[in-house]
Design a binder for this molecule. Sequence first.
Ligand SMILES: Nc1ncnc2c1ncn2[C@@H]1O[C@H](COP(=O)(O)OP(=O)(O)OP(=O)(O)O)[C@@H](O)[C@H]1O
Ligand SMILES: Nc1nc2c(ncn2[C@@H]2O[C@H](COP(=O)(O)O)[C@@H](O)[C@H]2O)c(=O)[nH]1
Length: 220
Amino acid sequence: MTDSPAPAERAPLALPRRGLMLILSSPSGAGKTTISRKLLEAEGASLTMSVSVTTRPIRPGEVDGRDYHFTDVPSFRQMVDAGAFLEWAEVFGNLYGTPRAQVSAGLGEGQDYLFDVDWQGAQQLAQAAGSDVVTVFLLPPSLAELESRLRGRGTDAEEVVRGRMERARAEMSHWSEYDYVVVNDVIDDCFAKVQTILAAERLKRTRQTGLVDFTRGLMA
Ligand SMILES: Nc1ncnc2c1ncn2[C@@H]1O[C@H](COP(=O)(O)OP(=O)(O)OP(=O)(O)O)[C@@H](O)[C@H]1O
Ligand SMILES: Nc1nc2c(ncn2[C@@H]2O[C@H](COP(=O)(O)O)[C@@H](O)[C@H]2O)c(=O)[nH]1
């Protein structure tokens, strides 16, 4: 006879691990925001969205502090000078930056972070945070579908949509710099693939900081 509880009654064993920084990039309109929202809903508190600061005008339906921290150019420049950003870049004529404060403390405690940034942001974050960073590039199934998604979103003026389509090829030319590339054709398929990437990356031996003590105990 044993006193150990049956597996169904036991809390699952969770070894300590280091958090990671999951970065999603794509041409504008390919679906980063859509996939991010689904991931955040599915993962709950274990995944925190990094909310960027931007000088771009707020879109209908967006909420200041949830979608972005909206600001003006002088305030953004002051934040740059104060070293407030992990990375920042000009994208489509507006300034975007990733606040430093949100991320640093949590990684050591196993908190994961999600970033929706362009290729410049992905490069800078990879340089700053090395192996904590996991990069995923989303491709649209076709350029026609990309344009239809940008128009269908109904949030941008015609000239903005045209500008973003003109930039799409340049954005996509960076696909080979990413760890993973996923075509966002059917939303649920794409979401499942990105969630699988997150699950596998969490299990990477080098992130599982509790393994040394655990295996030592097993082998004692
Ligand atoms: N797989 C899909 N099939 C059909 N429509 C999609 C799919 N993924 C996203 N969409 C739609 O396409 C539009 C653009 O998506 P989304 O805003 O997520 O793109 P984005 O990459 O975040 O764009 P941006 O870089 O401009 O912020 C939205 O209206 C969204 O509902
Ligand atoms: N380098 C960074 N790029 C960012 C950041 N936040 C968003 N972005 C990218 O900007 C474009 C346009 O976004 P939109 O919301 O105005 O359509 C898109 O590619 C985002 O990924 C950031 O902090 N740094």
